[in-house]
Design a protein. Structure first.
Ligand code: BGC
Length: 413
């Protein structure tokens, strides 16, 4: 007989899933990303996506079936402020209905205010490299906090800002498509200023709000070249996590960690070039797992290391705001089941050693639009048929439902 160990999570632990507006809502045509797609910069166009904007009740039924007590979603700025300074009552109403529907189901709400997409007018007239962006972004945040703050439990001002900063201002792969270190530094400083300003605004309106950002916090290791590679790895980590983290010190009520994979940094003399799409920087590359759809190396133990490191640095409550795996399987997604169990096992170990982890959000509830990669990588507990938009829960869905219900994960010994 198989021996199993049940690992129980703390009382009131939050179990959820995460999505972002642009990736699931559909028809977000008033955004810079839509323009980016039109210019042929992505593998596919997002189109109607999952049509979550209209079908949210159907999808929330799945959350209820999953026994989730929290859900992370994001607002689409371009819907809320379609023209500069003009707010759309209709769209605010729709988001209020979305949040209210979650509340009626006893599901807490985590809302991201900016998950990489901006209105066309913002990108055209401003962009984060312009100083006025701070004022413009703060006005948007003030408005939504006044209109909807009562229905939001946890506020995420920016999602993983270093990703769109690097891709949008250094490598040019994301909008606005600059390859300009000066603009990068300006944009970084304005994101920091916008963050601090809106942190204060939200607290003024809702003093007990929990406010923060999410970090893309993967675990990196260096191979070969000894000391030099280790130093480079340390520098890369400083860039990915601490550069921004140090600037917003004292302005975070929690740390949001998006953890996906192991990055093994290697050096290869034959690759002395820059090719950011394939992650090659002057000969330094990241090892790939050929069997993974996005070439990512799954490394469950890394979540433990990241959680311990984040506690040491910040000593704040932590939410695992994203964790997931891209697959191309149908409904039988054994790989996702193992991925979830293993990551939770290591998260549990960190908790047992005193790290204050308060919630886990699986990325994602539904298959969705994966930015430059289009629709091929499938991250959902629920499969979407993109022709009919029919939703079908995968095997992992039922497994995750059990975990959420029991507040525990069972590991085979
Ligand atoms: C982003 C998501 C994305 C996921 C998988 C995260 O870094 O926040 O938008 O879909 O990674 O690549």
């Amino acid at each position: 007989m198989k021996k199993v160990q049940k690992m129980i999570f703390p009382k009131d632990f939050l179990w959820g899933t995460a999505t972002s507006s642009y990736q699931v809502e559909g028809n977000n045509s008033n955004t810079d990303w839509w323009e980016w797609e039109k210019a042929g910069k992505t593998k596919e166009k997002s189109g109607v996506a999952c049509d979550y904007y209209k079908r949210f009740k159907t999808d929330h039924n799945f959350l209820t079936e999953l026994n989730c007590n929290v859900y992370r979603l994001s607002f689409e700025w371009a819907r809320i402020e379609p023209k500069e300074g003009e707010f759309s009552f209709k769209s605010i109403q729709n988001y209020r209905e979305i949040l209210q529907d979650l509340k009626d189901r006893n599901i807490k709400t985590v809302v991201t205010f900016w998950h990489w997409t901006s209105p066309i007018w913002f990108q055209k007239n401003y962009g984060f490299h312009k100083k006025l962006s701070v004022e413009i972004f703060s006005r948007y945040v003030k408005k939504i906090t006044e209109e909807m703050g009562d229905l939001i439990d946890i506020f995420v001002i920016f999602n993983e800002p270093m990703v769109p900063l690097g891709q949008g201002f250094l490598s040019g792969d994301f909008p606005p498509g600059f390859k300009n270190p000066f603009k990068f530094i300006k944009a970084l400083n304005h994101i920091v200023a916008s963050y601090k300003e809106t942190y204060k605004i939200i607290h003024k309106i809702k003093p007990d709000a929990q406010v923060g950002i999410t970090y893309l916090y993967n675990w990196y290791e260096a191979q070969g070249l000894g000391f030099l590679l280790k130093a480079i790895n340390r520098m890369a980590k400083w860039y990915r996590i601490d550069l921004l983290g140090n600037k917003i010190k004292g302005y975070q009520d929690y740390i949001g960690i998006d953890y996906y994979r192991l990055g093994k940094i290697k050096f290869n003399w034959r690759n002395i070039k820059i090719d950011s799409k394939n992650q090659i920087y002057f000969g330094f590359t990241i090892e790939e797992d050929k069997n993974n759809l996005m070439k990512w190396i799954a490394y469950p133990k890394g979540i433990y290391k990241v959680l311990k490191e984040a506690k040491k640095k910040h000593n704040l409550p932590i939410y695992i705001t994203e964790n997931g795996v891209p697959t191309d399987t149908g409904l039988d997604d054994e790989a996702r089941i193992i991925f979830i169990q293993e990551h939770l096992k290591f998260a549990h170990q960190a908790i047992a050693e005193g790290v204050d982890v308060r919630g886990y959000f699986h990325w994602s509830l539904l298959d969705n639009f994966e930015w430059l990669y289009g629709y091929q990588p499938r991250f959902g507990l629920i499969e979407i048929d993109y022709k009919t938009l029919v939703r079908k829960p995968r095997k992992s869905f039922y497994q995750y439902a059990k975990i959420c219900q029991e507040n525990a994960v069972e590991i085979e010994l």
